[in-house]
Design a protein around this ligand. Sequence first.
Ligand code: SPD
Length: 300
Amino acid sequence: MEKAVKDVADKYITEEGMEDLWNVWYSELHQGVSGLTLRVGKVLESTESDFQRIEVITNKDFGKLLVLYGSLMVADNDNNAYNEMLAHVPLFVHPAPRRVLIIGGGDCGCLTEMLKHPEVEKITMCEIDKKVVDTAKVHFPALTAGLADKRAELLFEDGKKYIENTDEKFDVIVADLSDPVGPAADLFQKPFHQTVFDRLKEDGIFVPQTESPYFNRKTVAALYNNLSNIFPIARLYTCFMPIYPSGYWSFTFASKQYDPLKDFDERRWEEQRPETQYYNGETHRAAFALPQFVKNMLGA
Ligand code: SPD
């Protein structure tokens, strides 16, 4: 008998270091050369809708994460900045935001945030992909809580068709979109923005998410340029979102009358103080202070 075999002959046989070999990583590349990597705890969903792949995974730092077409959308521990800045910035500037439209918004986080405003009488959310909302209801109940509010109307249809065909006029419209790819791409184009302008009341405000000022420079600049050509007031603002490319994200405040700083109703915010994690009077103002490289990019 060889010596190695003799040594283990009467021992309990086990292989050290194989107790837990789960070593699954989520990796999202930005333009193929750099990106964000997360160690996956569990894969809770992996499916496809008529429009896109849908995944829900878990990670120790971020909790549950929703991934659409391989791109991180929301996480338990990283959604507040995006949803709150998209929701509260226009709603604390408009003096009477009664009628609101959300284009997209499938995880419902923005809807739930906007419903914290008592002035809001009705919010229509027009989302093309019912499966995203159904998935969010199962895995992100805190984000979808607003669906139980009588003021929320949920439509499953193409936001572009909806806005082209509705006769309604809105005080505030937000575009809570994924990225300018696939079915959402039309919602980043100038003709859509012109239709949004036409569907706003005479003092209406439009806020779309406008991508990363670092990784999506051309897109950010083109969106800003288009919106500046349509709306009398267009101001870019930003927030910190670790799960999005570069962690630095932008929105554009496009408005017929109101200025996001001069007309910010800070007193109303002080009185109401909806429960938030990121938004407050200071972050509202600070979000419009832009680094020089972003100003240069916008020609602002
Ligand atoms: N690349 C990810 C960009 C996501 C921006 N919008 C997310 C919408 C979540 N409601």
